[in-house]
Design a protein around this ligand. Sequence first.
Ligand code: 5AD
Ligand code: FES
Length: 348
Amino acid sequence: MTDAEILHYITTDDRDEAEGLYALARGVREEHYGKDVYFRGLIEFTNYCKNNCFYCGIRRDAEGVNRYRLSAEQILDCCRIGSGLGFRTFVLQGGEDPYYTDGMITEIVRSIRNEFPGHAITLSIGERGRESYENFYSAGANRYLLRHETADEAHYRAMHPASMKLAERKECLYTLRDIGYQIGAGFMVGTPFQTPECLLEDLRFLEDLDPHMVGIGPFIPASGTPFAGHPAGDEGLTLRMVALTRLLLPRTLLPATTALGTLTPDGREKALLAGANVVMPNLSPVDVRKLYSLYDNKICTGDEAAECLRCMALRIRATGFTPNMGRGDSQVPFRPGAAECQVSLKLA
Ligand code: 5AD
Ligand code: FES
C-alpha cells in the first residue's frame, strides 16, 4: 500500500469502507491462522516503575497508586494456577522496576522453565541492556513484549520525559530480535499530539521490524498523570489500525487488547472481527489486579483467573472463533505449510 492509501484508511469516516477493511483483514488472518484465537496468561508482577511516561497510570510520579511487588513464589503460583487452567504461555509484565535485578529475573525465569519445560515464557519488563536480555533468554525466556509506543520522534518526545529516547527503545527491539526472542512491539491509538502521519510511521516501522506480535490499544486517560485530562482514543481508528496491521504484516499475532475492551464493552470482539487473533486474560492475584492501573476503569480486575478464562472463551465462541490454549507460536518468519497470502487489495 502506498502512503496515500494508508493515510486514506487512517482518516476515513466512511463506515462501509471501514467494514470492507475489517473484512479483508479477517480474510487474511483466516488464511494464516484459521479461526483460532490464542490465549496468553498475563501476570502483572510489579506496579513500581522508574520511568515517568506522561500517559501511564503507574508512572513514577503517579498520584494515589498503592504499589505492590509479587515474590518469585507468588509468580510461580500464578503460573501453576494458569497451567492448571490450560494456559501454555505466561507473560510476566511489570513496570521498569530495578528492585528485580537481572539475577532475580533470571532466577524467576529459570524456576518457571524448570517446572514448565514446554510452556512459552514471555517477558515484558521494559528496556534493559543486551547482556540482561541474553541472560533471560539463556534462562529459558522465549518471547519479549516491548511496545515502541510511537515511531515518530517528535511524538515520542511529547509523551515521554527527555531521559527516554525512541532510538534506544527501537534498538532494544532489534537486539531482542537478534538474540532470538519472538518479539512484540506496538503502539497506542489516540495519544495526545498523535497525527495520521504518526500512525503511518508506526506501520512503516513495524514493516521494517517485522515483529511476531503487535499490541494495539486505544489511549485511555489515567487519573494522576499529566495526560489525565485528554480524551480517550477512538474505537473505529483503533480497529482500522488493527486491520491495517493485519494487512501489512499478515502473519503477525494481534491481541484484542484489554484497553479496547475497556473503551467499549464489545471492543475485543470487534478487534477479533478486524483481524486480531490473541487474547491475554489476567492471571495476577485478584487482590493486586486493581493496582495495575495503567489507565482508568480497566476491566477484568475483579474476576478469578478461571472466571476470566471462561468469560473470554464464551466471547470468542459467540463471535464465531475457536479458543486455542496452545502455545500459538507466531508464523513469523514464514514456516512452510502456512497458507500463502492470497489477498490483493482492491482500492476504490
Ligand atoms: N492508555 C492505554 N494504554 C496504556 N499503556 C500505558 N498507559 C496507557 C494508557 N493510559 C500501555 C502502553 C504500555 C502497555 C503495557 O500499556 O502501550 O506499553
Ligand atoms: Fe513505566 Fe512508562 S511509566 S515505562
